[in-house]
Design a protein around this ligand. Structure first.
Ligand SMILES: Cc1ncc(COP(=O)(O)O)c(C=O)c1O
Length: 432
């Protein structure tokens, strides 16, 4: 049985200098509390108590080639020797942009930023400037970063409190938001094309953009219904609205060209972060030339002292080189699907209401009597107490999964890792 005494001690010490003992709110909610790690390698991560975990958290997504990948580390070491940051351009930056142009269908022009949250805001600014309209439409339960105008629709006192699907009640996720920020957006339940079409037809005169995660990965792991993304694309074309795909999770995870390649639906603007650079702080706002030209011409300002530093660009090139070599996607899909099937079989064996959803490289486990989970309102019906027990049981036996039930597969995972995870899941199910 794992114990966490050293982490507990460090957490008490950390709380005296770091607010809440952590540097990101989500890190508080590990099992049984925030954990301190000592090192990570491949598919494994180790904590200060000497516990070894088979890691399906992958640092919330970025470590798609596994922890500490030697090629990425070598690229960073080599390129950082030239210096760190120039307040000017460097050649590798063009190489990365050219590579993304080849890989991502909508990436005709791009800018690099530090993280997903700020790239999302850049996309909104471009959309407002080009369409001359103010609002963006987003969806219940979709996470687009932690900044003011997107810190809504992520929490609710209850599913009933969300009210009608046509005109949902929206709740702030945090204190300290500016007044009237909710005038900037419209929120709807996801995966409902009729509802989206009706709303757009009524309100298109004020809507500059629709932003969506192409696969809903922040609450459950929910695939878009057939025709939903295409329908969204058509509505945006018809009503002069920017279609923004937030590919912070799906980028480099569903395919080298992101979910837009996987589904063959091309947005006007898209955001890539997380898996682009194995844990180095770089993101990209990419888009079609007609939208990104506003940035090129300096009409829409985008800036940042730390953007495209040498090591972050080198890490992105290194990561993409690993992803392009061998048969990474074939492998992570195969392993993910094996894991999904194995988990479903265990759920059946133990007569559990386990529901496994996803597409392989990302998948979700939850407990519900629903046969299918299609939006945030369904997600709210998951049995959280049971999920927490499952996550805790897995963690205490060396399997680390994201607390909301999400699993990520990396190029470093092996069939043996999947078997280990399934054996552990069997053991945990016996005690649930
Ligand atoms: C879909 C999505 N968009 C945006 C963000 C924000 O990205 P970052 O944490 O890099 O600011 C996240 C982070 O988890 C995300 O999952």
């Amino acid at each position: 049985m794992f114990t966490y005494e050293e982490s507990a001690k460090l957490l008490e010490r950390a709380k005296k200098s770091l607010a809440g003992g952590v540097s990101s709110e989500f890190r508080k909610y590990n099992h049984p509390h925030a954990i301190f790690y000592s090192h990570a390698e491949g598919s494994r991560i180790y904590d200060v108590d000497g516990n070894e975990y088979l890691d399906f958290t992958l640092s919330q997504g970025p470590m798609i080639v596994g922890h500490n990948h030697p090629h990425v580390v070598k690229m960073v070491e080599e390129y950082a020797r030239n210096g760190q940051l120039y307040a000017g351009q460097h050649i590798l930056e063009i190489e990365l942009a050219e590579k993304l142009q080849q890989l991502i269908p909508s990436a005709e022009l791009m800018r690099f930023c530090l993280d997903g949250s700020e790239a999302v805001q850049t996309a909104f600014r471009i959309a407002r400037a080009k369409t001359g309209k103010q609002k963006f439409l987003h969806f219940e339960g979709h996470y687009h970063g932690w900044l003011d105008n997107v810190a809504w629709g992520l929490s609710t006192p209850s599913v009933e409190a969300l009210g009608s699907r046509v005109d949902p009640n929206v709740f702030p996720w945090t204190a300290g938001l500016p007044e009237h920020v909710e005038d900037n957006f419209i929120i709807l339940p996801w995966n409902d094309l009729a509802l989206l079409g009706k709303t757009i037809k009524e309100k298109h005169g004020e809507i500059a953009a629709i932003i969506t995660e192409p696969i809903m990965g922040n609450n459950g792991c929910i695939m878009p219904k057939d025709g939903y993304l295409q329908g969204m694309r058509n509505l945006c074309n018809e009503f002069n609205i920017a279609l923004i795909f937030d590919e912070v999770i799906t980028g480099f995870r569903t395919s080298l060209g992101g979910a837009q390649s996987y589904f063959n639906i091309i947005p006007d603007l898209a955001i890539f972060a997380k898996a682009i650079a194995s844990g180095y702080p770089i993101s990209a706002i990419v888009g079609k030339r007609e939208w990104m030209n506003l940035v090129a011409e300096g009409k829409v300002i985008h800036a940042g002292t730390m953007n495209s530093s040498n090591s972050t660009v080198a890490a992105a090139i290194g990561t993409i080189e690993v992803l392009e070599s061998g048969n990474v996607y074939e492998r992570i899909f195969k392993l993910g699907l094996q894991l999904m099937e194995g988990l479903r079989a265990i759920g059946k064996k133990y007569n559990s209401n386990l529901l496994v959803q996803g597409l392989g490289p990302m998948l979700h486990t939850g407990f519900t009597d629903l046969k299918e989970v299609n939006d945030f309102r369904d997600v709210l019906l998951y049995d959280k107490v049971k999920l927490n027990k499952f996550i805790a049981g897995m963690h205490d036996n060396g399997i680390r999964i994201i607390g909301r039930g999400l699993w990520y597969i990396s190029a470093a995972h092996t069939e043996e890792d999947i078997h280990t995870a399934l054996e552990t899941a069997s053991k945990v199910f016996k005690q649930l």
